[in-house]
Design a protein around this ligand. Structure first.
Ligand SMILES: [Zn+2]
Length: 300
């Protein structure tokens, strides 16, 4: 509610985005001139060199969306800071938009939260996988076994995660299965060779030759000194709580967006509300993503 009040002043919303988008002052998007005049009544700038008029939304995710900036910023604040996430119904009610609009806004913001790290993980890393979705409890035994071993059209999705102990940051993704080639590909893509990997006794983790690899067999114990995957397990329980508590159910196709969201909040858990908000805002204004492009990605 405080965020809604704060951003309802159009000048506040504008300066918030402008300060992140142009840390050293506004620049003309056409000719890069900094000789500008601000049109107070239209909340736009006019370039004194090429005469172009532009708003703070230019070149951002907000540019071709009809949703006003203050609503975007409120939704961003809520998603970045509500521990278990926020549903499209809550956004719709609080910001007075339709549930469909709220849902699209949240998908855009989750995309912005997906910040693939440039650096590979090093040091001690926990790797683990889990199943998300479905209702294995209510099924007959045969069906249940089928679901746990394979992945039928109604089966659970397999989510894979890596956690770097020294930074406490995680990388997660939805994988097509939990065979050797599925999991090895993710380890190789995200972890520096020579690092120490901790996994459970799942056979698929065998043969990762470029890494030191220690296994904790959960049939025997959950912890053996440093050999455990407890931090990754903790991440799974937070993820499942958020999905169950806030979203009720998530269609498998959209699962990766919720993963991005949860991973972002987890990785930035040490920062405060403002830090997290600014990080999302930074990626929204930094990426030259248009509404059309995002919508076509969504469709694809
Ligand atoms: Zn210009």
């Amino acid at each position: 509610m405080e965020a809604i009040r704060h951003f309802s002043d159009p000048m506040v919303s504008l300066t918030t985005v402008a300060s992140v988008k142009w840390p050293s002052g506004p620049v003309c998007p056409r000719c890069e001139s900094k000789r500008l005049s601000f049109l107070q009544t239209r909340l736009m700038w006019k370039c004194l060199d090429c005469k172009k008029q532009f708003s703070v939304k230019v070149g951002t995710i907000f540019e071709d969306s009809p949703i006003p900036l203050d609503k975007w910023l409120c939704a961003m604040w809520m998603l970045a800071n509500c521990k278990n996430g926020v549903s499209s119904y809550e956004i719709a009610r609080d910001l007075k938009v339709t549930q469909k609009t709220a849902w699209f806004m949240l998908q855009r913001l989750r995309h912005a939260m997906h910040t693939g790290s440039i650096n590979k993980m090093t040091g001690e890393i926990e790797a683990d996988e889990t199943f998300v979705g479905g209702k294995a409890r209510n099924m007959h035994m045969g069906k249940r076994i089928e679901k746990i071993h394979g992945r039928g059209p109604h089966g659970k999705a397999v989510v894979f995660g890596l956690l770097e102990r020294k930074t406490g940051k995680a990388v997660t993704c939805v994988v097509d299965g939990r065979k050797k080639h599925h999991l090895h590909a993710e380890v190789t893509a995200n972890v520096e060779p020579g690092s120490m990997l901790y996994t459970d006794a799942l056979k698929s983790y065998e043969g990762l030759r470029d890494y030191e690899h220690k296994v904790i067999d959960h049939a025997e114990a959950y912890v053996d000194g440093a050999v455990h995957t407890n931090k990754m397990e903790n991440f799974w329980s937070l993820l499942k709580r958020a999905i169950k508590g806030t979203y009720v159910s998530v269609e498998p196709f959209h699962l990766f967006r919720y993963l991005d969201e949860q991973t972002f909040r987890y990785n930035e858990r040490k920062g405060n509300d403002c830090d997290r908000f600014k990080l999302v805002l930074g990626s929204v204004t930094g990426k030259r993503l248009t509404w059309d492009l995002l919508t076509s990605q969504e469709a694809g």
